[in-house]
Design a protein around this ligand. Structure first.
Ligand code: SAM
Ligand code: SF4
Ligand code: SF4
Length: 340
């Protein structure tokens, strides 16, 4: 059975956060000093995640991406990948990581059946990396990416959040670096999600501006002709190099959005910007069973009409989304908890 929401969007794509903890403090995601972490007892076990993924798959989910927080901090993560990579209903399984622990884990991840990997990397300058993330760990990420490039994945991608005055002069170096590794680079517009407490529209570099800058350097850039629900619009440089731009802020793609998010403690969000999630852990642990969960998830999705980023774009008040004090009381509103 394939459910659709009120705008006809399928429940195709699930992002599963395996932990809310992180070993970086990226300015645009976790800028504060103190955090309220989710209680350990609330974190879903691998078996619970597997049960929920099976229910989602029975409603039409074919793509699963593991994320966090930093997913490589989750103990024994390859065991979960082994469980999920055996699911024939899933045509796509991927992981997004900051890459800090990747060099040590990449072989095990690949051996566990992970086909696709995305590494987040915003700068190739060590001082900027430290200023952005509060850790002096650029070399570890680069080593991780070297390992990933050699590990035989079906695809390795690099996701780069572009922020004005911070790394907007690195689009070309990042593309060159990605090309050298055989990794596709995707530039992400800076989003005003929960946790982005320093966000301002002035800091957003739009897709249009990125394309103008890149074509001034490389010459004519051609859009890749493809119809997908994937958030990145893909483009080709004159030499054939393909890259993507995720224009969530200035040209959101909510109309095609088939994505939902499961937090590490089992709250399910139908939109990145949604204030309320649906508790799946409670019913699961209370013994609701697969049919009951299928009904709960299916009916909730059928009622979905979220278009968070489009609403934000239309909103007259384009200051940051959620005040810091609210985030401290409600950690589920944070990007690192929700799973970006
Ligand atoms: N820790 C892992 C990582 O950084 O790859 C996975 C979780 S992180 C929340 C997932 C993605 O969200 C990262 O690529 C990160 O750059 C992106 N992200 C976080 N805050 C963002 C923001 N304010 N605007 C755009 N992207 C953001
Ligand atoms: Fe940075 Fe990802 Fe950690 Fe957020 S969750 S602070 S984006 S590494
Ligand atoms: Fe999907 Fe919500 Fe993001 Fe729009 S804002 S693309 S509906 S998750």
């Amino acid at each position: 059975m394939r459910v659709q929401d009120r705008l006809g969007r399928p429940l195709a794509n699930l992002r599963v956060s395996v932990t809310d903890r992180c070993n970086l403090r990226c300015q645009y995601c976790m800028p504060e000093r103190d955090y309220v972490w989710l209680p350990r007892a609330d974190i879903l076990t691998f078996e619970e995640i597997e049960t929920l993924v099976d229910v989602f798959a029975s409603l039409g989910t074919t793509k699963v991406r593991l994320t966090g927080g930093e997913p490589l901090l989750r103990k024994d993560l390859p065991d979960l990948l082994q469980l999920l990579s055996r699911k024939s209903a899933l045509t796509d399984l991927a992981l997004t990581t900051n890459g800090i622990l990747l060099a040590d884990q990449v072989t095990a991840l690949r051996a566990a059946g992970l086909p696709r990997l995305t590494v987040s990397l915003d700068t190739l300058h060590a001082d900027r990396f430290q200023a952005l993330t509060r850790f002096n760990s650029l070399d570890a990420v680069l080593r991780g990416l070297d390992g990933a490039a050699a590990a035989g994945f079906d695809s390795v991608k690099i996701d780069t959040v572009v922020i004005r005055g911070v790394n907007d002069d690195e689009l070309v170096p990042m593309l060159e670096y990605g090309r050298g590794l055989g990794a596709e680079v995707r530039f992400i517009e800076y989003m005003d999600v929960g946790g982005a407490t320093r966000w301002s529209m002035d800091d957003v570099v739009s897709r249009r501006e990125m394309l103008l800058g890149l074509s001034a350097h490389y010459g004519a850039i051609t859009p890749v002709d493809e119809q997908t629900a994937a958030p990145a619009d893909r483009f080709t440089l004159p030499d054939g190099t393909v890259f993507g731009i995720i224009s969530s802020t200035t040209e959101p793609f909510c109309r095609q959005c088939d994505r939902s998010r499961l937090t590490a403690d089992g709250l399910w969000y139908r939109c990145l910007y949604a204030r309320e999630g649906t508790d799946l852990r409670g019913p699961l642990r209370a013994g609701l069973g697969t049919d009951g969960l299928r009904r709960l998830i299916g009916e909730t999705w059928e009622a979905r009409d979220d278009r968070g980023a489009e609403d934000r774009l239309a909103s007259e008040d384009r200051s940051r989304l959620i005040p810091v004090e609210t985030l401290q009381d409600q950690p589920h509103l944070e990007m690192h908890t929700r799973g970006g």
